[in-house]
Write a protein that binds this ligand. Structure first.
Ligand code: PMP
Length: 357
């Protein structure tokens, strides 16, 4: 007799987990350029705040993340009621889909983009994911996305910068797009990589949250702030949505995470100094890869994207032999995180050889 069976949609989660590993024993690789992590060790003040909080881990964390939310509200000059925090932005995204959709409702997202959108929509929430292909140069096709809005559309994800292509949406095209979205549809700008953007035509999502009643932003402390292992993300959303998000995953953010995030906001200058260094390395990697003849897309995030189609597997295998983990995404290409200068040097030398081979 078969025992209790989870919903069949959850099979796609298993496939995702297998795809993440990509068959490669990443734990054994020395240079981890597969998960868009920050290459720097924790800032001393942030580590101290986390360690101090660890001494109290017999206690539950602050369920409302109040001090963290106050710090964010102060940072962005918006009311605390517009914020919600969660265990990484992926958990905030899940809460958003749960809060906004029922089975049969539709969620529009670009493809290829962050895999969590279709997985959470279909496998976790039982709603319908509508993936709209990127343009040939890896940008969101906002016209095509607006064309797919129906009466069942509840949510639209726009990933800017887009994971994995590193492209952003432009201010003018986004304004035109928002003009076509009905007011009952929530547009979520996933700005996990916002701090790495240097393109002046890219809009700031939090500014748009002030101007539009149906725009939300999701951000994270995992990337620029380097707290991936502590799992803290947040949303800026319309008050009614933010209130719903605060109810979906109680006690989701540990006190260690909350204190580290508060200390990171206080250390923003040092954080941004590190971000600048990552951007310098990003530009160097793109220049060298282009000189080597790779078809590299200019990125606004902390990774570079090589749209090399089904050559991705061989390329990643060559990187693996050199001790470097990179991320193959289907037969679309390979995404490489900007790491330490040493890791990047080794990656570029490996890419040069792979090109010749
Ligand atoms: N959004 C995007 C676009 C991402 O690439 C990621 C992580 N790869 C996330 C959200 C989730 O990050 P986290 O849960 O660590 O905040």
């Amino acid at each position: 007799m078969r025992g209790p069976q989870p919903r069949p949609e959850l099979h796609s989660l298993a496939a995702h987990a297998a795809g993440r590993a990509g068959g490669a024993p990443t734990a054994e690789l020395k240079h981890l350029l597969a998960a868009n992590e920050n290459p720097y060790d924790p800032l001393p003040g942030v580590l101290d705040a986390a360690v101090a909080a660890a001494g109290q881990f017999n206690r539950y964390p602050d369920i409302g993340c109040e001090r963290l939310i106050d710090a964010l509200a102060h940072r962005f000059d918006l009311p605390p009621a517009r914020f919600a925090a969660g265990a990484g932005s992926v958990s905030v995204i899940q809460s958003l889909v749960q809060a906004m959709t029922a089975p049969g409702d539709e969620v529009i997202h670009a493809w290829r983009s962050f895999e969590a959108y279709p997985i959470i929509t279909k496998a976790v929430c039982g709603a319908t994911a509508v993936g709209v292909p990127l343009t040939d140069d890896g940008h969101h096709d906002l016209t095509a996305m607006a064309d797919r809005i129906t009466e069942r559309t509840r949510l639209i994800f726009i990933c800017t910068p887009n994971n994995p292509t590193g492209t952003t949406v432009r201010r003018d095209e986004l304004a035109e797009f928002l003009g076509r979205v009905p007011e009952n549809v929530l547009v979520v700008l996933d700005e996990a990589y916002a701090e790495f953007v240097r393109d002046e035509d890219t809009p700031d999502g939090i500014t748009l949250c002030r101007e539009y009643a149906n725009v939300a932003v999701v951000r994270t402390f995992s990337k620029a702030y380097g707290l991936a292992g502590l799992r803290i993300g947040y949303a800026v959303a319309p008050e009614s949505v933010a209130a719903a998000l605060r109810m979906t995953a109680p006690y989701g953010v540990s006190q260690i995470g909350q204190e580290a995030a508060i200390a990171s906001l206080a250390a923003e200058r040092e954080v941004m100094h590190r971000v600048d260094a990552v951007i310098t390395e990003r530009r160097r990697m793109e220049d060298v890869l282009a000189e080597q003849g790779w078809p590299v897309t200019r990125s606004q995030a902390n990774f570079v994207w090589l749209p090399i189609g089904d050559r991705g597997g061989d390329f990643a295998a060559a990187c693996g032999r050199a001790g470097i983990a990179v991320r193959v995404l289907g037969t679309d290409g390979v995404r490489v995180t900007v790491g330490s200068p040493e890791a990047n040097d080794l990656f570029l030398a490996t890419a040069a050889e792979a090109r010749l081979g």
